[in-house]
Design a protein around this ligand. Structure first.
Ligand code: HDE
Length: 705
């Protein structure tokens, strides 16, 4: 057989000199600093483009071990996704203690002011699968792993301080109900369907959580702008064995912020990765997000006097009753090297606590302590998941556990049991009554029965309190969210049952929802197991009342064209930078624009791919000529109309009249959310105005347009 001529030669493609293979494909070969590709076992690979064949057009040979290893490994790349919280995004950072808690706990990480421990955090949605979109209406996971000197401490929390159910035994039902319906396999990542609301309408204990998820907390602007909560009551314990109850809070230094629902719907199409991209960009730009850890501390006396059971995870403790005491700061400053190795394989377990921290009898927490360990085995495939670098402690550790799939640390030497009589180093690790973990010796008594405490029975009071604590804008959002969701429910009886609960919760809310659903008669109020209390509003529960006083970390989209006023653009760039915010040019072409002075400015987005939902505020800065062109462009019209409808601040120049009018807006009727950019000094004024984040007074009129 004659050998075929080789087509391999070096060609120049753009800025690269590359190799052309026998199929005409281009690729690089190992030279200089470029390492040689090898098999898993280190055998150098000569050709990664062609399988081994018998003859040029002949059959592939089974002997090709490189091909078989490559495909075999690829076939097994997927592991089961998390049954809940499948879609998540993680980052590394540190926790620094600012206010030691040594008076209430011996936890090592909480002793010495200024000391840092490494941290890994994973944020997530709950219901959607791994590939679902970021702006689902949902709770967000806020799971923190602290690698302390006394072992790993996980606070596996959410961005909402309460939960749907009171007992872990209901979790599979609750999750089945919210996930896609099993026969049709939709809807994905949405609670707006019959099964979810059917379950909710039959589970009044979910009412408080429903208020939170239907509020703007369910559609955060970014992970950086949301709170985190440990949810359960935990115990802090001193070396002397004194215990104090504790609730954990993470408060974002960046302030709270959410989007509006219409924006969320559009964001999911424009950028399904909006939240993960936001975190990635912020950390890469050195804008490290930061949260303050705080604790609410209380004792048995408070617990006994409190209207609700502190073991009931559907209730919170208002900050007005027990203030949040600051403890330290969590800073995220490094993205992962590899998403799978770290974010996907990280295994949080509520049972991961350290000396000085302990559980309470919260029946949800007790159930979680079983579930997380169990689920990691299924997901990661081996009891040795703690050997993975992301899960391994960063302090010394010595166990006598051995073997199993993928064992990477086995005991050294002869001894793998205890007690033994070998003594000294040879005898291996031993228990340590001084430093070892000791459970708080809580007294336990009672009958063995399947019951729930009477004190768990009030399901409406805190839900009402939450609703009452919102600004009118936020209350409208809750009403609209419930109307939206229930309008997707096909069964009228389910809709009516939910409204019955709302009526017990808050009459005006029920009435607004009933009207929105077109219900002729308001259904009777659901009979509460306990008459609801009329609790005072709590300012801490509102997002709008806890916004930032700066526009730092936010993003302005500038709609610009060739000929855009250079002085104005430069002033905007400067003011944005000074505020700690970012600015992105949205232009007719991705190649960017040439300003009035001939400066070339690259574009961040081409207009059809850069709708205004991607930005916290927008500026209309085309040239006069550009403005005329944009006035005929549907994408430009939507850019303006959406920014307006989403109550965003809009900077504009006089030449944009035609464009504004295409979006249904006239110069003379513009509200105070518009800032005319007439001189470079007005650019600064615009950025300062943006600190309020949204111009909420506009919202009421938006629906009337
Ligand atoms: Fe989870 N939850 N959960 N959960 N949860 C999981 O563990 C579970 C609950 C939370 O980024 C699973 O590793 C039960 C409350 C977060 O990897 C699973 C109950 C809160 C994450 C599980 C709850 C959470 C999970 C699935 C009712 C807020 C993602 C994958 C008793 C305080 C962690 C996994 C990450 C994940 C069980 C309720 C937060 C199945 C049984 C309440 C942030 O073990």
């Amino acid at each position: 057989m004659t050998k075929q001529p080789s087509h391999r030669d070096a060609v120049t493609l753009g800025d690269q000199t590359v190799q052309r293979g026998t199929g005409g494909e281009t690729h690089q070969t190992a030279q200089g600093d470029v390492p040689t590709l090898t098999t898993q076992l280190g055998v150098p690979v000569a050709d990664n483009q062609n399988t081994l064949k018998a003859g040029t057009r002949g059959p592939s040979l089974l002997e090709d071990f490189h091909f078989r290893e490559k495909i075999f490994h690829f076939d097994h790349e997927r592991i089961p996704e998390r049954v809940v919280h499948a879609r998540g995004y993680g980052a590394h950072g540190f926790f620094e203690l600012t206010h030691p808690l040594s008076d209430v706990t011996c936890a090592d990480a909480l002793q010495r002011k200024g000391e840092r421990v490494p941290a890994f955090v994973r944020f997530s949605t709950v219901a959607g699968s791994k590939g679902s979109f970021d702006l689902a209406r949902d709770a967000r996971g806020f799971a923190v792993k602290l690698y302390t000197k006394q072992g790993n401490w996980d606070i596996v929390g959410n961005n909402i301080p309460v939960f749907f159910i009171q007992d872990a035994i209901k979790f599979p039902d609750m999750v089945h109900a919210v996930k896609e319906e099993p026969d049709r396999a939709f809807p994905q990542a949405q609670s707006a369907h019959d099964n979810f609301w059917d379950f909710i309408s039959l589970t009044p204990e979910s009412m408080n959580m429903i208020m939170w998820v239907m509020s703007d907390r369910g559609i955060p602007r970014s992970f950086r702008f949301m709170e985190g909560f440990g949810v359960h009551t935990f115990r802090l314990v001193t070396a002397q064995g004194k215990a104090t109850y504790a609730k954990f809070h993470w408060k974002p230094k960046q302030g709270l912020q959410s989007v509006v629902w219409n924006e969320a719907v559009k964001l999911n199409g424009a950028d399904p990765d909006f939240h993960r991209r936001d975190l990635w960009n912020a950390i890469q730009a050195g804008q490290y997000p930061e949260w303050e850890l705080g604790v609410q501390l209380f004792d048995d006396e408070f617990a006994d006097s409190f209207d609700f059971d502190i073991l009931d995870a559907t209730k919170l403790i208002p900050e007005e009753l027990v203030p949040v005491r600051p403890v330290g700061r969590l800073v995220l400053d490094r993205m992962v090297d590899n998403f799978f190795a770290e974010t996907e394989q990280v295994a949080f377990c509520t049972q991961n606590i350290v000396p000085g921290i302990d559980f309470t009898n919260d029946p949800l927490l007790q159930g979680r302590n079983f579930s997380y360990l169990d689920t990691q085995l299924k997901r990661l495939g081996s009891t040795n998941f703690t050997h993975l670098p992301i899960n391994a402690p960063k302090c010394p550790f010595h166990t006598l556990q051995q073997d199993g799939h993928m064992a990477m640390h086995n005991p050294k030497g002869r001894v793998n049991y205890e007690p033994n009589s070998w003594g000294g180093q040879e005898g291996g690790p031993r228990e340590n009554p001084q430093t070892g973990f000791k459970s708080f010796p809580a007294e336990v008594s009672g009958l063995k029965e399947r019951v729930r405490s009477e004190k768990f029975a009030d399901h409406y009071s805190q839900a009402r309190q939450f609703y009452k604590s919102q600004t009118p804008t936020e209350q409208t959002h809750i009403q609209q969210a419930i109307i939206f969701e229930l309008s997707k429910v096909e069964t009228p009886a389910i809709r009516a049952r939910v409204v019955s609960h709302l009526r017990t919760l808050h009459t005006e809310l029920a009435q607004a929802v009933a009207t929105g659903l077109g219900l002729k008669d308001l259904p009777p109020a659901a009979p509460p197991a306990r008459p609801p209390l009329d609790l005072p509003p709590s300012a801490a529960l509102s997002i709008v009342k806890n916004g930032p006083n700066s526009f730092a970390g936010r993003k302005i989209g500038v709609l610009a064209t060739d000929g855009t006023d250079d002085a104005l653009l430069a002033a905007l760039e400067e003011a944005t930078k000074a505020e700690g915010a970012t600015l992105e040019i949205v232009a007719p072409h991705i190649g960017g624009i040439v300003t009035s002075t001939g400066r070339h400015v690259p574009a961040g987005q081409r207009l059809p791919g850069g709708p205004s939902v991607l930005y916290d505020a927008v500026v209309l800065l085309p040239s006069e000529q550009g403005s005329k062109q944009l006035a005929t462009d549907a994408d430009a019209r939507d850019f303006v109309a959406d920014a307006y409808a989403h109550a965003k601040f809009i900077g504009y120049t006089p030449c944009t009249a035609a464009l504004l009018s295409k979006a249904g807006l006239e110069h003379k009727t513009l509200d105070d959310g518009f800032v005319a950019l007439t001189s470079p000094t007005t650019a600064k004024k615009f950025v300062t105005t943006c600190r309020a984040l949204r111009f909420w007074p506009r919202e009421a009129s938006v629906h009337a347009v």
